[in-house]
Design a protein around this ligand. Structure first.
Ligand SMILES: [Zn+2]
Length: 363
């Protein structure tokens, strides 16, 4: 909002605020229409989006981080080795520019990312605070901005093909004004605003099944009736955002220690309710794998097969209603996560819920 010229001194504050809201909407719309992130993808490609620059690995710092910061590349390598994906069929997105990010983010928030200290706090890697900003931009924020470009493009591809998977993205703790929990940009909010304007969509359902509460998109769409949020999360872990919880349309709390059968039973119920309450034109599925048994952050006990079943249920939900769906990989950075995600994508392909373009399954 800081990019909007202020209209101070007017006698009627309500009319000036209406004017500035309209100006803000026009500016947002113009930025979205001018963006290059939506580009035409040839039919020879499959709607699986990834770039080698998604992966964060530099100066050995990745070893200090408790996360597998190259999981995105490993997911693709598993799929290629398994023979379900031809690497020439992967869609590479563009990097989101500052103008693209201003669709949701404020100038002041983006300026705050010029501080290495601020970035180190957001991504929870303290040594990053000691690096010069140019290195932080190139090695940390550039990969994230590529992933943001992937999430935004995914909605266009899903509208055209029925589904799309961004092998990265899902930064659900970031809202327009604030980052946190490894999330520097609000890719989900951005993606939805682009879809409103460029795809002429007016009803979006977010199904957030990462172990953590998705407080970023919840704040961004707090009073927006066009977005229905189903969030299934562990209330005993970060971010404890009680204000944002008020903006969830269907809140499903799964406490630490919840096991696979119980989790899937509650998911079935939640999807059934969501399908009755809202009729979306796009589903944004935040498919974090930090619900896996053994994940130090999620504290849940879902088996690898449980992840496969979970993803299949969400894809079936969208398919039965003929709603385009995008999947984002979000949190879950154990070494085993990449294999679990790849196995789930293979299952979706086998069940014909996605078409990876290779009818024989071989390259
Ligand atoms: Zn998470």
């Amino acid at each position: 909002m800081s990019t909007i010229p202020s209209t101070t001194g007017g006698s009627s504050s309500s009319s000036s605020s209406i004017t500035s809201t309209t100006d803000a909407e026009t500016l947002r719309r113009n930025r979205i229409l001018a963006s290059k992130l939506y580009f035409d993808v040839p039919l020879s490609k499959v709607p699986l989006i990834y770039s080698p620059s998604y992966d964060i690995a530099f100066l050995g710092l990745e070893k200090l981080h408790p996360f597998d910061s190259s999981k995105w590349g490993r997911i693709c390598r598993f799929l290629i080795v398994d023979g379900v994906l031809d690497k020439n069929h992967i869609v590479e997105p563009l990097e989101a520019t500052k103008d693209d990010l201003l669709v949701v983010h404020s100038e002041s928030y983006l300026s705050s990312l010029k501080s290495s200290l601020n970035v180190s706090i957001i991504i929870e890697v303290p040594p990053v605070a000691l690096l010069p900003n140019c290195l932080v931009q190139q090695k940390v924020l550039h990969p994230f901005r590529k992933q943001v470009g992937g999430t935004i493009l995914a909605a266009k591809l899903a509208k055209e093909r029925g589904w799309a998977i961004n092998v990265g993205g899902g930064f659900h703790h970031c809202c327009g004004e604030k980052g946190g929990g490894f999330c520097a940009y609000a890719d989900i909010s951005l993606c939805i605003h682009y879809a409103f304007i460029r795809l002429n969509i007016s009803r979006v359902m977010i199904i957030d099944l990462d172990a953590h509460q998705g407080n970023g998109h919840e704040k961004d769409f707090s009073n927006d009736r066009r977005v229905y949020i189903l969030d299934m999360y562990n209330p005993e872990i970060y971010p404890f955002d009680f204000e944002a919880r008020r903006y969830i349309d269907q809140k499903v709390e799964v406490v630490s220690g919840t096991t696979t059968n119980e989790y899937l039973r509650r998911l079935d119920e939640a999807l059934e309710v969501a399908g009755r309450m809202f009729d979306p034109e796009l589903v944004v599925y935040n498919a974090g794998t930090d619900i896996l048994d053994g994940d130090p952050l999620g504290q849940l006990k879902i088996s690898p097969d449980g992840i496969t079943d979970r993803d299949e249920k969400v894809f079936r939900f969208a398919r039965e209603k003929n709603i385009p769906l995008i999947m984002l990989t979000s949190g879950g950075y154990m070494k085993s996560s990449a294999r679990v995600i790849a196995d789930s994508i293979v299952n979706l392909s086998k069940k014909c819920l996605i078409d990876m373009g290779s009818s024989s399954g071989k390259i």
